[in-house]
Design a binder for this molecule. Sequence first.
Ligand code: ATP
Length: 444
Amino acid sequence: MADDEGNPEQPDSGLFDRIVNLSRRRGFVFPSAEIYGGFRSTYDYGPLGALMLRNVKAAWWRSMVQLRDDVVGLDAAILSPPAVWEASGHLQNFTDPLVDCRNCNERFRLDKLDDVHTCPNCGAKNSFTDPRQFNLMFKTYAGPIEESAAEVYLRPETAQGMFLNFNNVLTTSRKKPPFGIAQIGKAFRNEITPGNFVFRTREFEVMELEYFVPPADAAQWYEYWTGERYRWYLDLGMPESKLRLRPHDPDELSHYSSGTSDVEFLFPWGWDELEGIANRGEYDLTQHTKHSGERLEYFDQATGERYVPHVIEPAVGATRTMMAFLMAAYDEEEVRGETRTVLRLDPRLSPYQVAVLPLSRNEKLSPIARDVLHRLQPHLMTEYDETQSIGRRYRRQDEIGTPLCVTVDFESLDDKAVTIRQRDTMEQTRVPIEDLVGHVQSLL
Ligand code: ATP
C-alpha cells in the first residue's frame, strides 16, 4: 500500500517496542527464567500467548491437513542419532559463518552484515576475524555417563522425521504421490545472533509440509504451494501491503534446491522472512536411501514405474508468525479524545473469542453472568472478568484482540437479555440469552 504521496509502505520502528511491551504487560510473552535474571533470547508464552500460538498452529493444521485429502500428519521425535544428520547433510553444511570484532569482541553472522568491513556495534574498520563455520545443531548425550553415552542431536527442523518415515506413512496411509506429510513441533538452533524478540530464538516452533510428487510435476507443484502459502496469510487478515513473495536469486539457493521463494513480512526493521517454500528435488529421499540402505521410493502398480518422488517443502516458524500477526493487527485510534489500542486480529487467532463482563461485581449479577459464561465456554474460548470499571475492561479486551464482549447488566435480570459489543466497530446489540450462542457464532 502507498501513502498519500504514493510512497510504498515504510517499516514502523516504534511498533517493535509497543509489541514487546504489550506482550509482557498483558501476558503474551515473558522472558524465560526471569526470576534468575533471564536466559538470553529464550521466551515463555504466557496465558494469552499460549492461546494465540495454539490458534496459529490450528489455523495451519486446518488448512494443510484437515481440509485436504492428500496430506497426513506426523509427530516425530526431537532427539535423533548422528546418522540422520550425517545423511541429511546437516553435520557438514548446517553452519553459519561467524566473525568476531577484534575491537569490541562482539560476534556476528557474516552473511547478515550489511557491510563486511565495518563493525555495526563499534564502527571499527577491518576489525573482523576470518570467518569460522559454526554448526547450529545442539548436541547432547543419551545415557547416564557422559563419556560412554551416545551422542544425540536436538532436531533443528522437523523435516527429517517426514523423510525417515516415508515408507511407514506410504504403507499405512495408502497415499500415493502427489501427497504430503505435515508436522508441527519444536526445533532447536544454536543461533549465533538470536534477537528481535521472538523473531530469532534458539528454541522455536516450526510448521512444515513435505509434499512428494512425480518428478515431472515438481515445478508445477512448487508454483502451486507458493501461491497457496501466500494466500494463507491474507485469508487470516494479513494486509497485502505488509506481505510479499521473494524468489531467491540463483546464488542464494541451497545446493539441492532448484527454486525457493520466501514469504516476507514488513517487520519494524524491514522486510524479513516468515516462510520458505523450496523445491528440494530428490535430494532428501536419495540421501537417506544411500545412508540407510532402505529404498525410499514409490512403485506405481498401475504403470509398473518405480521412482524417487521430488519434494516441495513449505516451512514456516509458528512463533515468528504469531509475532507478525500481532504486529499486523496492532492499531491505535482516537475515540472521544482518548487513544484506544486495538488488536484487530482475525477471530480465529485471537486468544479469546469472547469475554463475559458483568456490569459490576454484584451478587445478583454473578449467577446470571456465570450462566452466560457456561453457555459460551463449550463452543468458544471465553474470558470472564468482573474487576474494574466496564470502560477499562472494554479497553483491556480491545488491547488483547477479543472480538466480542458480552455485558450482563441489571436489566438482564428482567429481560433475560445481554449486550454484545463488537471490538472493531464498538457497535452494541441487545440479544436474548437463549439465542446468545448462535448470535455470537454468526458474528464471528
Ligand atoms: P535464516 O537464514 O534466517 O537463519 P532459514 O532460512 O535457515 O533462516 P529455514 O531453515 O527455512 O530458515 O526455517 C524455516 C522457518 O523457520 C523460517 O522461515 C522461520 O520462520 C523459522 N525459523 C528459522 N529459524 C528460526 C529461529 N531461530 N527462530 C524462530 N524461527 C525460526
